[in-house]
Write a protein that binds this ligand. Structure first.
Ligand code: NAP
Length: 238
């Protein structure tokens, strides 16, 4: 399926996977509406990419999803693809982890993704077509000690996506989950020891590797559906 001329809303576009997906889809001729909290980053990226606008905001603001869809329609005339990618990570044993930080992670990784899905699907239903892509994780498919809370937020995304896959079967609307293993981004910047080092991994995934996979999913003809795609680094067992 040709992507040229379609419009994508991308959350978490100010760095890492979201930024790489923006650059990749732009090369395919997709018009973009980018969002994240860091406005300076979004402006800088939008300045580099043709047919790209941005709307800075915090996804825990329940009004933001609706504003995003409306701005995509205003700026670019359509909203065909939503890449629901923003997320944070909090780790620690369940008995020790800071519950307020877990609650914030649940709000960003899960609640805001549910809200965005709800609004995006209402729009897709109104036009009969659309593709929602969630950035889940390999930790949305299995639990690792110390990452149970983060896994929980991603398992919830997997459940949402699988329910929607069944509920939307036969429609022109698709939902996909990408499930990356360790990717070199800003996600783990607050860690004292980066997981790549802790896992003895010298060559984790790069955001561009994940972006290529997102484009692959979106480029399939309409009778082909890829509900889940796991992307792992070549080394290590994670
Ligand atoms: N890196 C990995 O190893 C890995 C593996 C599997 C899955 N993932 C998932 O990939 C997704 C992207 O993460 P990344 O690795 O690319 O990390 P990243 O570089 O830290 O990107 C996270 C993005 O989310 C945005 N964000 C965070 N909190 C937000 C909020 N409250 N409101 C709006 N935007 C918010 C950030 O933008 P602002 O700070 O500007 O708001 C940033 O653009 C996440 O869902 C993550 O769980 C990552």
């Amino acid at each position: 399926m040709t992507l040229a001329g379609r419009t994508a809303v991308i959350t978490g576009a100010s760095s890492g996977i979201g930024e790489a997906v923006a650059r990749n889809l732009c090369q395919a001729g997709v018009k973009l509406l980018l969002t994240a909290r860091r406005k300076d980053r979004l402006r800088c990226l939008a300045d580099q990419l043709p047919d790209t606008s941005f709307l800075a905001g915090d996804l825990t603001d329940a009004e933001l999803p609706d504003r995003l869809i409306r701005q995509a329609l205003d700026d670019h005339g359509s909203c065909d693809i939503v890449v629901s990618n923003a997320g944070i990570i909090e780790t620690g044993k369940i008995e020790e982890i800071d519950l307020d930080r877990v609650s914030r992670m649940v709000r960003i990784n899960t609640e805001s993704a549910f809200r965005l899905a709800y609004v995006a699907l209402r729009h897709f239903r109104s036009v009969g077509v659309g593709h929602l892509v969630h950035t889940s994780s390999v930790l949305g498919t299995k639990v690792r000690e110390g990452a149970g809370a983060y896994s929980g937020t991603k398992y919830a995304l997997e459940a949402l996506s699988e329910a929607l896959r069944m509920e939307l079967a036969g429609s022109g609307i698709q939902v996909s989950c990408i499930e990356p293993g360790l990717v070199r981004t800003e996600l783990h910047e607050h860690y004292e020891v980066h997981p790549a080092q802790a896992l003895g991994m010298s060559d984790p995934l790069q955001p561009e590797d994940v972006a290529r996979c997102v484009r692959f999913i979106l480029q399939q003809p309409s009778h082909v559906r890829i509900p889940r795609l796991m992307i792992l680094p070549g080394e290590g067992s994670l």
